[in-house]
Design a protein around this ligand. Structure first.
Ligand SMILES: Nc1ncnc2c1ncn2[C@@H]1O[C@H](COP(=O)(O)OP(=O)(O)O)[C@@H](O)[C@H]1O
Ligand SMILES: [Mg+2]
Length: 396
């Protein structure tokens, strides 16, 4: 099967005076697993309903393979939707639920039977075809809904939070099944979720939305490593975020060979860096730190937001040996709250200037950084310039 390219072309939608979608504009590639990710109420379902044909945009167009589909009713679009609530017919068997779209099209019996069995096999429900929906688990019911949405071979499958009614373990396993299904059938998937870990795990690309706007479109790696705005940095994963003022920026090639900028900034909340035994006098002044950005119009004096992910910070009881590297930022602090979470420890470290940094450390015995760290210990936190990241502007 072939998927379609889906272009959302400057789409806006309001309900009364409320802007549910504000000039949304991006293109989903043929066969992509594409996620719309954002908090509840940001407009994800509204956008999905506009693509499906259940809702109409006030402005803009939706192009499927370059053809505007807005004038077509929902049942004339090659898009099917899977809802959170399954929407199965309770009185019909699994088999008849999946056969339903083909019966509507008056297909012949033999063709219907072959296809229903093929699609039930695809979602691993061969053993359950004569049961009623209420004899199935939540995960199985959702697989019926998926088979029913796929059976008339749409070019785009729309999934609106399809896993959110399931418990966490089942959610994770059905998500992997969906990913495998996508690989197998190759059509375009547009997946709506408010759960960033789901979106990061399976998407080819993600559009991060907030308040009716798309803030960033990118691969999971791009969105996590190079968030475009403060909101994206904070919504995806966890992070430390501070106001910073740019002192200097010079072009620089990162480890993947991409052009970025190495910036020196001051971050008043973080205070002064800890002087290292190897520092020259000039470096020991230490109130400027280095960080990178791909924002190409950062100027001296500009106010920006600076972010460093908790897992990228090293925590040690001794001053770290940085081997003379100038791109390592080092601060001294006191552990306020160690939190043991099984697979990692979280530390809240108060720096001398008062700021509190979140630091996550994986548990391992090999190359351990010294004795275990406890409440009220004096520690050093350090990170490399490459891991610090400047987010464009400060959002007011
Ligand atoms: N038919 C409608 N009438 C009025 N307001 C609506 C309607 N549909 C959605 N909204 C509002 O638009 C906003 C976005 O809704 P929705 O697209 O469902 O968000 P999400 O799916 O991201 O949670 C919400 O504030 C919601 O209340
Ligand atoms: Mg929704």
């Amino acid at each position: 099967m072939n998927g379609s390219t889906v272009s959302i072309d400057h789409v806006s939608k309001h309900f009364g005076s409320f802007h549910a979608l504000d000039d949304v504009n991006f293109t989903i590639k043929q066969g992509e697993f594409f996620s719309l990710l954002g908090p509840s109420g940001c407009g994800k379902t509204t956008l999905l309903r506009i693509i499906a044909g259940f809702e109409f945009p006030d402005d803009g167009a939706v192009l499927l393979d370059d053809k505007d589909i807005v004038p077509f009713p929902a049942n004339k679009r090659p898009c099917n939707t899977v809802f959170q609530s399954y929407a199965l017919f309770p009185h019909l068997s699994v088999y008849e639920n999946v056969a339903f779209p083909l019966r509507l099209q008056k297909k012949d019996k033999k063709e219907i039977d072959e296809k229903v069995r093929e699609y039930l096999h695809l979602v691993q429900l061969d053993q359950h075809m004569f049961k009623k929906p209420n004899q199935l688990s939540g995960g199985q019911r959702q697989r019926v809904a998926i088979a029913r949405a796929l059976i008339n071979e749409p070019k785009v499958l729309l999934l609106d939070e399809p896993l959110s009614a399931l418990d966490a373990k089942l959610r994770a396993s059905l998500l992997l099944d969906l990913d495998a299904l996508h690989d197998k059938i190759g059509i375009t998937f547009i997946y709506v979720t408010h759960d960033q870990s789901e979106a990061l795990a399976v998407s080819d690309r993600i559009a991060v939305m907030n308040q009716g706007k798309v803030l960033q479109v990118g691969t999971p790696f791009e969105i996590y490593e190079s968030p475009a705005t403060q909101f994206v940095a904070q919504f995806i994963g966890e992070t430390n975020l501070f106001e910073a003022t740019v002192a200097e920026c010079v072009p620089y090639k990162n480890e993947n060979g991409l052009e970025e900028f190495m910036c020196t900034c001051s971050v008043p909340e973080l205070g002064k860096q800890t002087p290292l035994p190897t520092d020259s006098e000039e470096m020991a002044a230490g109130d400027k730190y280095m960080m990178v950005t791909d924002y190409d119009h950062t100027e001296p004096g500009q106010k920006v937001a600076f972010t460093i992910r908790p897992e990228k910070i090293r925590i040690t009881t001794d001053i770290p040996d940085v081997h003379g590297r100038k791109d390592i930022n080092v601060f001294k602090g006191i552990v306020e709250e160690p939190v043991y979470t099984g697979f990692q420890s979280k530390f809240y470290v108060r720096l001398e200037n008062g700021a509190v940094l979140k630091v996550y450390q994986q548990h391992r015995n090999f190359l351990d950084d010294g004795p275990s760290i406890a409440w009220k210990d004096t520690v050093y936190v350090s990170w490399s310039a490459e891991d610090g990241y400047i987010v464009e502007d400060i959002e007011k």
